[in-house]
Write a protein of this length. Structure first.
Length: 159
């Protein structure tokens, strides 16, 4: 029977990697890490984090590390492998969707979030940009450039 655990820290010796051809060392190091974790946890599905992968490939294809220490954390669908100092974010559970028609109607009628001042300013700027682009697209006589509409602020500065 397998013991339950929250997390394990394992040091994997990558000595077997150096018996492989030089051009396959980093790739086989990941395989050796998976095998060591599989032997330790008896898990079928093993996911290696990007930081562990980057650590193995850090010095290139030919110069894999001799040892690596990893943290193993069980998940719903298997085991995840991280570096010991890597911070792991817990995934938030998705909100349940309303099931009945009454709940769907209440969700649709629920008050929507009001816009803040920053969002309003951002929308105004976006509208001004669109107006400028439209003015530039209008046909102009040859040799002349299309002048965008002047905004209120520019007109006030000219006065």
């Amino acid at each position: 029977m397998v013991k339950e655990y929250k997390e394990k820290i394992i040091t994997v010796n990558l000595r077997k990697v150096f018996d492989k051809p030089v051009t396959k060392r980093a790739k086989s190091a990941l395989f050796v890490i998976k095998e060591a974790v599989r032997k330790e946890t008896r898990a079928e599905n093993i996911k290696i984090s990007n930081l562990v992968n980057e650590t193995v490939w850090e010095r290139g294809l030919f110069k894999a590390p001799r040892k690596i220490t990893v943290k193993v954390i069980p998940g719903k669908d298997g085991v995840n492998v991280y570096l010991p100092d890597e911070k792991v974010k817990a995934k938030e559970e998705k909100k349940d969707k309303p099931k009945s028609l009454k709940e769907k109607a209440e969700a649709a009628v629920a008050p929507k979030k009001e816009k803040t001042g920053v969002e309003e300013v951002a929308e105004e700027i976006a509208q001004q940009d669109e107006e400028i682009k439209e003015a530039a697209k209008k046909e102009t006589p040859k040799g002349e450039k299309a002048e965008p509409k002047e905004t209120k602020e520019v007109k006030e500065e000219k006065k």
